[in-house]
Design a protein around this ligand. Structure first.
Ligand code: SIN
Ligand code: CO
Length: 384
């Protein structure tokens, strides 16, 4: 399923990035013409019954008491007809049509996107006014919801109506609109927002990831340790006599900093680290490992069938780096790529389904065969 193009109206991706991205919220009415939910509500409920899929139900009673229940759920009947919302993370990892909602946002690199969270809300359902640390695009699916979005405001107080529910006090909305199927809301980080359902409604949230500096440093340190790379010791062959034996001098500090930075400046190492780090999925993926390993002969056998498709698993995160060596990253795994395999690696990174003929045209080169069998054996691609 391919989703219709994003109808930017007066805007364009360039203007959006310059004027709104990480700066101010935006509502584009009818950004997607004739938008249809990419997953029916009963299928969404089915995903929330799976242990490996993260889901929660947020409900509020008439007295304003909030409740949060975590999946997997067995039964939804206790929640009644109103005042609750079901939120399911990374639905794009399980629903290919939902994964296709990422296509219109490809003007931002894939590594920056985390997942598509889908919520089903009954009348008056929502999670309350809150802030998120990440950018989000919310596509309104079926039903109507009242969305309010405000500006960052340090005066807002943090509320904890339930240990698992962080909310903020009432805010002055910049946007206060009723969203309908196909409307697109953009909310930058730390902008208070509140979506209250008017009727049964479905929202698709394309959530972004932005690593914190401590996450990056700590993962980089893990990378050094795992690969035994940080073992070289500081040396100071040009040392001069100090007149203050208790001082860590500016020159020493600079030399130590430069010593540490040397590793960060190692482009090959940095690319390995960042490619693995940024393509690692934060949610379970449906990896489809073949029962028996696929080697070159087996692949040739498979290719004798004309009608098959080579498919990537839904929600896979892929990226290519090419500053030091060309590398394809899939879900935190790295595949070194020879120049002649770059066209195939690019197709794999774009995650287009490949036909028998396409694969055959690549399979005459040994490096391509190795790449194809590796991604199949790892379960990132499968044969349909
Ligand atoms: C939703 O309820 O669909 C989105 C929740 C949010 O605002 O993050
Ligand atoms: Co939010």
């Amino acid at each position: 399923m391919t989703i219709a193009a994003l109808n930017w109206g007066e805007l364009s991706p360039e203007k959006f990035l310059a004027e709104y991205w990480q700066k101010k919220p935006l509502l584009i009415k009818q950004a997607f013409k004739n938008f249809k939910d990419t997953i029916p509500a009963d299928e969404l409920a089915g995903l929330a019954m799976e242990a490996e899929i993260e889901s929660r139900i947020v409900s509020v009673d008439n007295k304003g008491n909030w409740q949060v229940d975590h999946g997997p759920f067995e039964d939804f009947s206790q929640y009644g007809e109103e005042n609750w919302t079901l939120l399911v993370q990374a639905v794009n990892n399980w629903s290919r049509p939902t994964n296709s909602l990422l296509q219109p946002f490809a003007f931002i690199p894939r590594w920056r996107i985390d997942d598509v969270m889908v919520s089903f809300s009954t009348p008056n359902g929502g999670v309350g006014a809150h802030l998120d640390q990440y950018d989000v695009f919310i596509i309104q699916g079926s039903g109507k919801r009242r969305w309010q979005v405000g500006a960052p405001n340090k005066a807002l107080s943090t509320l904890l109506p339930h240990p698992d529910l962080k909310q903020v006090s009432a805010f002055e909305p910049l946007i206060d609109e009723i969203t309908e199927a196909g409307d697109l809301l953009y909310i930058p980080p730390n902008h208070p927002h509140n979506g209250v359902s008017i009727e049964n409604s479905v929202n698709f949230s394309i959530g972004f990831q932005a690593p914190s500096s401590q996450e990056l440093w700590s993962s980089f340190a893990d990378k050094l340790i795992d690969n035994n790379l940080g073992e070289l010791r500081f040396s100071d062959t040009a040392r001069k006599v100090t007149d203050s034996s208790t001082l860590i001098s500016k020159a020493d500090q600079q030399q130590l900093k430069a010593f540490m930075l040397e590793q960060l400046e190692d482009t090959a190492l940095f690319e390995q680290f960042i490619g693995q780090y940024l393509t690692q999925s934060h949610h379970a993926l449906e990896l489809l490992m073949p029962v028996n390993e696929i080697d070159a002969d087996k692949l040739a056998d498979i290719l004798s069938e004309p009608e098959i498709l080579f498919m990537p698993v839904s929600g896979l995160k892929a990226a290519i780096t090419s500053e030091a060596e060309i590398t394809l990253f899939l879900n935190g795994d790295s595949f070194p790529i020879d120049k002649q395999s770059l066209p195939l690696a690019e197709l794999l990174a774009e995650q287009s389904p490949l036909t028998t003929n396409q694969v055959k045209s690549f399979n005459s080169c040994l490096k391509n065969t190795q790449l194809l069998t590796s991604v199949l054996n790892k379960g990132y691609w499968y044969i349909e």
